[in-house]
Design a protein around this ligand. Structure first.
Ligand SMILES: CC(C)(COP(=O)(O)OP(=O)(O)OC[C@H]1O[C@@H](n2cnc3c(N)ncnc32)[C@H](O)[C@@H]1OP(=O)(O)O)[C@@H](O)C(=O)NCCC(=O)NCCS
Length: 307
């Protein structure tokens, strides 16, 4: 399970900048140190490590002025590309930009990474100055409107949220909303105010509900992706709470945490899927949920109804 980290210690920053140099400067024979610029101190940095503790993804954002955020130095290790890690980093940087009041994000993208930025909602605006004197770049812009977070398959996302609100009305009272679905990561958010306890933090039972619904929702979306139907039920769930939530409750389920096969459903057999959900307060990891879900084959009459 991948976690987004904010480098804090000198040792964190050493490995963070080493990775930036390895990925974005070394291949063009630039010396160590050339990966840094004058905005490091005023930037927010994010990184992801693998299970050996090695940095495998990074990214940075800083404000150009009160309305404009600039994304720079996003990179993912070659062997970890294509798993949604850059998109995880981007969504964390975008959250920072929105929190800072940015109404648009800009980036100067190398030609090879333009499709990645397009998939995150950026559009090419014009040609930018070449990087390292030779790499052609495009200036790209994403306007930060209220509803343009990364949302793949918006119809399925709406159906999922409507299903929660119709069949589990308390989810609406808790202010649980699908925030982002990239195909690989599902993020849901809840309102702190609606779930507050006497300590001014989020009620643990609400955190558990947010986690179980996020796991449920991820399976719902995977069934859609695979064109399968089934009834999803929670068989077992465990949560470890490390810290209280005092700001912004977020729950993230990444596709790589899913363990189990959906194949049986097409043969009318039930399937078991295990998964993990990370609970964050803003960008701080505060709890971990592990769930075991069962998917029961859809009843024939239900299939008729839907068809
Ligand atoms: C660009 C880069 C950061 C993307 O990292 P990644 O982890 O592979 O990206 P993700 O898996 O998060 O991909 C997210 C989306 O971008 C799309 N994407 C990524 N690279 C793509 C490419 N070369 N062509 C088309 N689409 C691409 C994916 O299809 C995916 O879309 P989806 O979610 O709709 O399926 C990575 O390729 C990289 O580090 N490149 C070298 C460094 C670099 O050029 N950085 C940019 C500096 S400007």
């Amino acid at each position: 399970m991948y976690k987004i980290e904010t480098p804090e210690t000198e040792a964190d920053f050493d490995v963070y900048f080493d990775f930036r140099w390895e990925m974005l400067r070394k291949p063009w024979n630039y010396p160590q140190g050339s990966e840094k610029d004058e905005y490091e101190q005023v930037s927010e940095h994010r990184m992801i490590r693998n299970n050996k503790g090695e940095v495998i993804a990074i990214g940075r954002v800083h404000m150009n002025n009160s309305e404009e955020a600039q994304i720079r130095h996003i990179a993912v290790a070659n062997e970890a590309q294509g798993r949604g890690l850059a998109k995880m980093i981007m969504s964390s940087l975008e959250a920072v930009a929105r929190q800072e009041g940015a109404v648009r994000m800009v980036t100067n993208s190398r030609e090879l990474s333009t499709p990645f930025f397009e998939s995150c909602g950026f559009e090419v605006e014009k040609e930018a100055s070449a990087e390292l004197g030779k790499l052609k770049r495009q200036q790209m812009v994403k306007r930060l409107l209220e509803h343009n977070t990364i949302l793949l398959h918006p119809k399925w996302c709406k159906e999922l949220q409507d299903t929660w609100h119709d069949s589990i009305p308390i989810s609406e009272q808790m202010g649980i909303k699908l925030y982002q679905y990239s195909g690989k990561t599902l993020e849901n958010r809840a309102s702190l105010n609606k779930n507050i306890n006497l300590h001014g933090t989020m009620f643990a039972g609400s955190i558990f509900s947010l986690a179980t619904l996020t796991g449920w929702g991820m399976i719902f979306l995977q069934l859609k992706e695979k064109n399968l139907m089934g009834e999803i039920v929670l068989g077992d769930g465990n949560i470890h709470y490390h810290k209280p939530i005092t700001m912004q409750p977020r729950a993230l389920c990444h596709i790589e945490s899913l363990n189990g096969k959906f194949d049986g459903l097409s043969k009318d057999k039930k399937c078991q899927i295990k998964l993990k959900v990370d609970i964050l307060d803003g960008d701080t990891a505060v709890a971990e949920f592990s769930g075991v879900y069962w998917i029961l084959p859809a009843e024939p009459e239900i299939q008729d109804d839907i068809a």
